[in-house]
Write a protein that binds this ligand. Sequence first.
Ligand code: ATP
Length: 355
Amino acid sequence: MESVDLHIKGIQKSFGDKAVLKGIDVTIKDGEFVTLLGPSGCGKTTLLRIIAGFEKADEGTVILGGEDISKKSPAMRDINTVFQSYALFPHLNVYNNIAFGLKSKKTPKEEIERKVKAMMGVVNITDLAKEMPSTLSGGQKQRVALARALVNEPDILLLDEPLSALDANLRKKLQAELRDVQKKTDTTFIMVTHDQDEAIAVSDRVLVMYKGAIIQDGSPEDVYEHPVNRFVATFIGEANIIECEKISDKLIKSAFGELVVEKVPTWPMDASGKKCGGVAIRMEDIHVCNANEHFENNVFHAKILERIFRGDYWELIADFGPIKLRVMTDPDEIYNPGDEVKLYMEPQYLQVLED
Ligand code: ATP
């Protein structure tokens, strides 16, 4: 089958005098699972609605499989949407909800039956064919909505916060199922979420949005391990941020001492001629040294101020003098408030930020 990539070019959108999308350029490959991740109001739903055709962009084009679809109505695009609210037809049972689109396209009865049954199998709701929507749980309703959208074999499935109405445990289960369904159907999924863990768990690629722009585009590992700026570093996984001054290409100075880093900081010069910026380090990447460990650099003395039980790990608040950093240790590594420790920060884990 021909590959159907989505090209979004120069999309701008304002509501009144408020610029909501400020020039979005991105290509989403056929078969990718991409999430649009960002805080409330950053423009993710507006971008999704422009892809679906529910909203018109002020500038820019949407190209699907080589064709400019910017002016096509939603119904004329090979794109379906799953909403947070499920939007099932209340008067139709599960089977007929899923068959609805195929029936309106006058698909032959045997084909409808084959496709609907196959799709019910994919989303694990084979037993529910005769149930009415009012008798279903939230998770079951979302599976029906998913099957109804996918049975029409769209080029792209858009998902607008599809799991946010579900409780935490069910949400985790459905995240795994969503990923599984996406792989089985080999359909491009573009999902909006403001939940970082969800984006990291399900997608091949995360587009981090902030104030109407895509500020980072990468694999889940990439955005977690190599955040580009302070916003991404603290929005995804709450990193420690250390304010530093550039000394040389691989050496920076923090309030508690000099740090060797791998990436060259490109911070701009301030009025006093200093190049200053932030460096992020995850709490799991700060290592508490034992008595036999020696490292050439990036080792600092700190005092433990607090120990917080987090279930599968301890979070320590470590006092570095001028600043405090959060450190993660295993459940069997016990450090108490008042303990003096040596902490090591490996250069590869010190992420030099753009700002
Ligand atoms: P959320 O997670 O809260 O849905 P979002 O990132 O999806 O946020 P959008 O729904 O795209 O954000 O909204 C972006 C901005 O555009 C918000 O400030 C919102 O109030 C505004 N906005 C969206 N739709 C309209 C509209 N039809 N008319 C006026 N303003 C709108």
